[in-house]
Each structure stands twice: as structure tokens, then as C-alpha cells.
Design a binder for this molecule. Structure first.
Ligand code: COA
Length: 248
């Protein structure tokens, strides 16, 4: 499965656990994460969610999975990643992420849906959609410009250039940076802090923050899903996927 879910003291931890592939995300990992977010919504004892990785947060979608999904002509709607992202957007409980190592593609874009993000000092980020012949996902074509400004967002989304934790913090993508060895402890403390607060006020406040642009976000995500599905099946993408996989 490679996604470990554990609930303790009001915090549901969803841990990506495929370190041998730098936590590259498979369909099974998204499906397990989507199920967990679903369960959290219905479980009153869950007051906050926490995403963690291992030495790496996530190297993004598994590129072999991209290739297979493209070859199968999979309908984008059927992909577990789509279900996961929809559940995450709809999640009314606070979501924290603790990021160390690499956070690539969805490893970075899922942070845009979190309510607190702490990174280890050596964390590194990248959005290499265009270099892979793909387009942004998870609402990042809208949320990244909103979060860090259009010019910087354009450059990062178009170039796929890597950036470090200091830059991510300065741009407003992270709440804070801690020494690598303190990452998990701090992320757990942030989740526990929110889990201890009144849940109804928490839920309403999150809804108020998110409702301002919820319709626009839903529209952006639908447009991205359509464009992503097309791009994933393109010759440009196939060539880029094969190039990555043939280097292994
Ligand atoms: N999909 C599939 N496998 C991946 C992967 C991905 N997204 N990212 C890493 N892996 C695998 C590698 O193939 C390698 O497997 P192997 O040991 O069986 O050969 C293993 O994870 C370790 O990765 P490696 O590339 O050797 O580590 P690195 O430290 O040199 O580089 C990255 C780390 C993240 C920079 C590099 O792996 C990378 O660029 N990955 C692809 C990121 C990406 O484009 N994701 C999709 C975004 S939309």
C-alpha cells in the first residue's frame, strides 16, 4: 500500500511510505490517502490531519504509473489521484504537512491545500510539469499565483526549476522551517495544537477562508484535469516519461 494511516490523540497521520522510490506516488497510495481523508470527515474523534513522508516527502506521481495510465487511455475521472484531490479540497478539518527531502509535483502542490506547512531546512521543491510534457494540477495554476504572486508562480510552473526551503518560506509557501531533525516533532506539535481547539469554530473558520474562491478553484481544477488527461497521453509526455525511466 505504501500509505500508513494512524490516528492518535485527535490527529490522523497520513504517511507516505515508499522511501525506496523517494515516496513517488502510486495509484494505491492516492487511493489509501483518499480513503483516509474520507474517514477523517466522518470520525468525530479526528480533529486534524497530518501529512508526513519519510526521508523524502514525495518525488511526485510515479512516472511509470503516468506512462501506464496514458497508454491505457485511462479517463482522468477514474484516477485515484483525482479522488484524493477532491477529498482534500473538501476536507473541513485542519490539515498540516511536514516536509523533508524532496517535494516534487504533487509533493509541492498538495501543500497549497494545507493549513500549516513546516519544512526541514534542506527540503527542496520543484514543479516539473512542463519539462515532463504535462500541465499543473491540484489547482496550482490558480493557487500558486494567489499564494506567491503571478510572476514567481509562472516562472516556477513554466521552468520546473528547483527551489529550496528558504525560498519557499520567503514566497509564503511554508509556515516555518526547522532543522531537519526536528521536522516531525514540530509538525506533530502543530497538528496537536489545532486538534486541541474548538472543532466547530475551527471548521467554520476554515470554510470561511476557503469559500471565498471555492467556485473558482473547482473550475480551475476541472480545467486542469481535462488538460492533464490530454497531456498525459501526448507524445511529448511519453517521450519525457521514457527519458526518465530509461536512465534508471
Ligand atoms: N516516479 C518513479 N520513480 C521515481 C520517481 C518518480 N516520480 N522519483 C524517483 N523515483 C525512483 C527512481 O527511479 C529511483 O529508483 P531506482 O533506485 O529503482 O532506480 C529511486 O526513486 C531514487 O531516485 P533517484 O532519481 O535515484 O534519486 P535522486 O536523489 O538522484 O533524485 C529526484 C531525486 C526526486 C530529483 C529524482 O528522482 C526525480 O527527478 N524524480 C522524478 C520527479 C518527477 O518528475 N516527478 C513527477 C512530477 S509531476
Amino acid at each position: 500500500m505504501s500509505t500508513i494511516v494512524e490516528t492518535k490523540d485527535g490527529v490522523m497521520t497520513i504517511r507516505f511510505d515508499r522511501q525506496e522510490k523517494k515516496n513517488a506516488m502510486t495509484a494505491a497510495m492516492y487511493a489509501a490517502a483518499a480513503d483516509a481523508v474520507d474517514r477523517a470527515a466522518d470520525d468525530e474523534t479526528v480533529r486534524a490531519l497530518l501529512f508526513l513522508g519519510r526521508e523524502d516527502f514525495s518525488a511526485g506521481n510515479d512516472i511509470a504509473d503516468f506512462l501506464a495510465a496514458g497508454a491505457m487511455q485511462a479517463a482522468i475521472e477514474d484516477l485515484p489521484v483525482v479522488r484524493f484531490l477532491r477529498r482534500l479540497v473538501a476536507c473541513e478539518k485542519p490539515v498540516i504537512a511536514g516536509v523533508n527531502g524532496v517535494a516534487v509535483g504533487i509533493g509541492t502542490t498538495l501543500l497549497l491545500h494545507c493549513d500549516g506547512v513546516v519544512a526541514g531546512a534542506s527540503a527542496r521543491f520543484a514543479l516539473p510539469f512542463v519539462p515532463l510534457g504535462l500541465v499543473p494540477e491540484a489547482g496550482s495554476s490558480m493557487l500558486l499565483p494567489l499564494t506567491i504572486g503571478r510572476n514567481r508562480a509562472s516562472w516556477l510552473l513554466l521552468s520546473g526549476e528547483r527551489f529550496g526551503a528558504d525560498e519557499a518560506r520567503a514566497m509564503g509557501l511554508l509556515s516555518e522551517i526547522v532543522p531537519d531533525g526536528e521536522l516531525e516533532e514540530r509538525a506533530r506539535a502543530m497538528a496537536a495544537q489545532l486538534a486541541a481547539l474548538p472543532p466547530n469554530a475551527m471548521r467554520t473558520t476554515k470554510r470561511l477562508i476557503r469559500s471565498v474562491d471555492a467556485a473558482a478553484l473547482a473550475a480551475a481544477m476541472e480545467a486542469e484535469f481535462a488538460a492533464f488527461g490530454e497531456a498525459m497521453r501526448s507524445e511529448e509526455a511519453r517521450t519525457a516519461f521514457m527519458r526518465f525511466l530509461s536512465k534508471r
